[in-house]
Every structure is written in structure tokens, then in C-alpha cells.
Design a protein around this ligand. Sequence first.
Ligand code: F0G
Length: 366
Amino acid sequence: MVLKLIKRKLKLNYRKKKWPGLIEAYRKYLPVSSKTPIVSLQEGNTPLILSEKLSEIIGNNTKVFLKYDGLNPTGSFKDRGMTMAISKAKEEGCEAVICASTGNTSAAAAAYAAKGGLKSFVLIPDGFVAQGKLAQALMYGAEVISIKDNFDKALEIVRELSEQFPITLVNSVNPYRIEGQKTAAFEIVDDLKFSPDWLCIPMGNAGNITAYWKGFKEYSQKNKKLILPKMMGFQSSGSAPLVENIIVKNPDTIATAIRIGNPVNREKAKLVKKESKGDFQSVTDTEIISAYKILASEGVFCEPASAASVAGLIKNKNRIKKESTIVCVLTGNGLKDPDCAIKNNDAIFTKNVEPDIKNISEKLGF
Ligand code: F0G
């Protein structure tokens, strides 16, 4: 009876503890004041899921966790940066924001701008933005322009526009984006009570790897015992400017989110690699799709770019020390890119079947 009551009370407490959004949760680590109008959709607090399957694949008593940031309000980690960028833009009296995007930034910018009552403009590479992301930007009310060129060109244009006109740039060159995104590292340490040995993460413009590293470093100032992770950044082999240390003129990959040839945070990323004694490597599209399927086979659906972190981990299996703890960042939700999922799965899908019990039960093998 007493036990029952305690259990019931605990359950009630779970419901009572409403997550306030990441700015409120980590206010003391963020450049906000009582004057900042907080624009939030209660982003953050995403699950850190133990992957039994990946832990088994890596072996050696390694624990592999998935930071499933695809469960943010617009389905990607960009919400973490955007709650900060839009709140600060509003505080500064700005009325409109602009970004270039492979899709997720535009979805998040449009949603948070809508929530904050700001206008949003978006430039995207024509034909290379996944359907779900485009649908979001349009629905949240952004003004969208697709250009006959790639993301790098779009970013060049919006940077110039934001210098010429009274409009705030919300790509990851905006420092508030990095501030918001660093909270994912805080959440990982809060959940594990230590930091992982490796953090595996996909890289495009390299804003997120920069943000995570900043987060881990800031938490280590609070907790001197915290041993910082090796930052393992992964790119697709058709689009690997940071791995090859070049500018890729025509980046090409199935992971359209990271189809970027000239990352703006290149120098910061190099520093992260050096300071963390990490590594940058490329994975092929085939390896990305294989990881994408392994994740889904365990009930976790992410977008192809996110699976690059897992593809990279698998590639490094033999380098991982016994009893390591590894976190792979799953940056975006699988629903963002339904076309990729429909084209790349091993499911049995029989179409146009007569609605007849006997016929269907035979097809199902009963
Ligand atoms: N994963 C996903 C799902 C992304 O959308 C992006 C970037 C990245 C990884 C790479 O993050 O640029 O910080 O290294 N997407 C940007 C966009 C470029 O426009 O949505 P990064």
C-alpha cells in the first residue's frame, strides 16, 4: 500500500516536472538577461538512448548511446541554436531573419521566427532539400527562394544581404546559434554523469561540432573531474572538405543536409579536432545507408546525414578501447526525408492486393 502510494507520487512528479525549454534550463550558461524575450518551443531535453545493437556490433563491453536530437520541435538540433538566435534578434529589435539552408536550418528559422512574430527569408539549393524540410519552411511561413546553385553559394549571398540590409543572419556564423547548440553537450553530461570517451557527429558547416566542444569545455570548468571526449567528425566522401582540407566545388551525397563544400566554421573545427585529440573521417553513401538501416532496425529513424555519425563509429570499431562509452549524435528526424527512406529499405511491401482474407493470409505466409 505504502509502496503503491510512493510509486503514484513519483509518477505525478514526472508529470509535474515540465521542461521549460533549453534557455530556461541552462540560463546561467547562456548570454541572456531578464530583458531577453525568450522565444521557445520547449526545445532540448532530447533522449539519450542506449543502443544494444550498436553496443554489440562494437563489442568489447562498449556502450553506445544515441543523442536523438531529431525529437526537437522541428525535428532537428537546429532548434537549440534557433531559440537563442531568434530570442537575441528580437531583443536587438530586429524584425526579419535570413538564412541559407540545406533544409533543417530553414525549418527551424521559419518556426522560431513565426513564434517570435518575425519575418523569415530562406535561400535553398534548388532540388537538394528533402521534402519534409521544405514543407516545414513553407508551412511556418518563410519566404523561400531556391537558387540554381548549391548551399555554399546560397550562404555567400545571404551573408552579403545581411550586411547590406537590416536583416539578421541566423546561420551558424551567428554566435548565438553555437551558444544554444552547446546545451546538447550539457544534457549528455547531465544524463551520463560523465562525458563520453568519443562523441561521433556528422559535419556540414561544422557549427554543431564547435558547439558541442564549447559545451563540454564549459561544463568541465564547473566539474574539474570531467574528462573531455575525443571529437570524431564525419562527412560523406563526396562532400568532405574538412577531411581532405580542401574546398569541394561540387559536393555530392545522398545526405543532402551535409552537402556542403566550403564550411564556414572550418578553422573552429580544426581547433576542436586538435584540442580534443579527435579525428575527421569520411564515410561513403553506402556506409551511411547501412547505418541508417541498422538504426531503424532498432526503432530509431534518423535522416541520412545523422547516420553518418554511426557509419563513422562502425568504421572505427577496431580503434575503440575496452569498456568505452560512445555517444553518436542523431541530428535530424528520419521523417524529414521520406523519399530516401522509401528508396532505401529492405521491407516487404506488396502493392495493389485484392482485399481478400485468404489471399492476404497466404501472402503473409500463414
Ligand atoms: N545533420 C543535419 C541533419 C543537418 O541538417 C546538418 C546541417 C548537419 C548535420 C551538420 O551540422 O552544419 O553544424 O556541421 N544542416 C544545415 C542546414 C547546413 O542548413 O540545415 P553543421
